[in-house]
Write a protein that binds this ligand. Structure first.
Ligand code: NAP
Length: 284
């Protein structure tokens, strides 16, 4: 793709950003579809978020992604925020309208649900447990609460206070009183009876691939769906051990591509060629 005087800018703001797969994903799709846009990363320090958002507006960028540690901090500086981003309390995508309005969204919610589509029926009325209570757990819990009529949604965190805060924040979306909190160390019974176990901790992520957030794989059976949000490595120790017990293992790559696709569609007006992106990631 030739960058010229008409090329529109997309950027990722966060700190750090150098490790991000987003430029590869989006530039692969943009080039494939011939959009005259380019996606770059911009390192924005804490305290510079207001200026960074004003800069997006002044520079007429087409859109942006937002990553750690700015997902919450950007909210007050945007003109509009999608209800799902408002509910999660975090924005990962900014769409610039032609009239310079900046609209915030949280496409992690859509991305999280993408790999669960084949299991929709099995998840109705099911019991689900999320390990961890950080940013990814927030999006996952909101997505689960608003999509499936769960019998129980347990947040298991090593600091139960963090999970209590998340549960309190999501209470308005918990019409069925499904949300509960347990300390991670007391979650054994709930893991055993869960239909879906979600790892929303970074335990097992590169380079510490020998770690697992659930060192008791005997708790998994062929009835379990085990979904690790980690995408590097593709197959974590958690997923390997769960699959060895007959469980269905779901990696984080589908969510990564799903959240990117939901942002891309809003920036470009076209659906992301996800198979092209998936293949490019596989061979990169
Ligand atoms: P985060 O906001 O830092 O939250 C991490 C959570 O895990 C916190 O509750 C944290 O508890 C807990 N945790 C960390 N180390 C732990 C340990 N050793 N034992 C038990 N709990 C531990 O991070 P995040 O943004 O939610 O990301 C979590 C994971 O999801 C990362 O691996 C990230 O790559 C992945 N993710 C994937 C996607 C995707 O598209 N596939 C999107 C977002 C995130 P403390 O607060 O006590 O440390």
């Amino acid at each position: 793709m030739l960058i010229d005087g008409e090329t529109r800018l997309l950027t990722l703001i966060g700190d750090p950003v150098a490790h991000s797969r987003s430029p590869f994903i989006h530039n692969t799709a943009l080039q494939h579809q011939g959009h005259n846009m380019v996606y770059v990363t911009t390192r924005v320090r804490e305290g510079d978020v207001r200026e960074a958002v004003a800069g997006l507006r002044a520079l007429h960028v087409a859109g942006a992604n937002v990553t750690i540690p700015h997902k919450e901090a950007v909210l007050p500086f945007l003109d509009e925020v999608h209800p799902r981003a408002q509910a999660v309390g975090a924005v990962n995508t900014i769409v610039a309208e032609p009239n310079r309005t900046l609209r915030g969204d949280n496409t992690d919610v859509v991305g999280f649900l993408e790999p669960l589509a084949p299991y929709r029926a099995a998840l109705q009325g099911a019991s689900v447990i999320i390990l961890g209570a950080g940013g990814a757990a927030r999006a996952a819990a909101y997505a689960l609460l608003t999509t499936f009529g769960l019998e129980r949604l347990t947040l298991a965190a090593r600091r139960p206070h963090q999970a209590e805060q998340l549960a309190a924040h999501l209470a308005p979306h918990d019409a069925g009183d499904a949300l509960h909190v347990v300390p991670l160390g007391s979650a054994e019974r709930l893991v055993r009876r869960a239909k879906l176990v979600v790892n929303a901790t970074p335990v097992g992520m590169h380079p510490r691939t020998d770690a697992t957030p659930w060192p008791a794989p005997g708790d998994f059976t062929a009835e379990h769906l085990v979904y690790d949000l980690i995408y590097n490595p593709r197959e974590t120790r958690l997923l390997r051990e769960a699959a060895a017990q007959g469980a269905t293992a779901i990696g984080g790559l589908g969510m990564l591509i799903g959240q990117a696709a939901a942002a891309y569609a809003q920036w470009t007006g076209t659906a992301m060629p996800v198979e092209v992106v998936r293949e490019a990631l596989r061979t990169s």
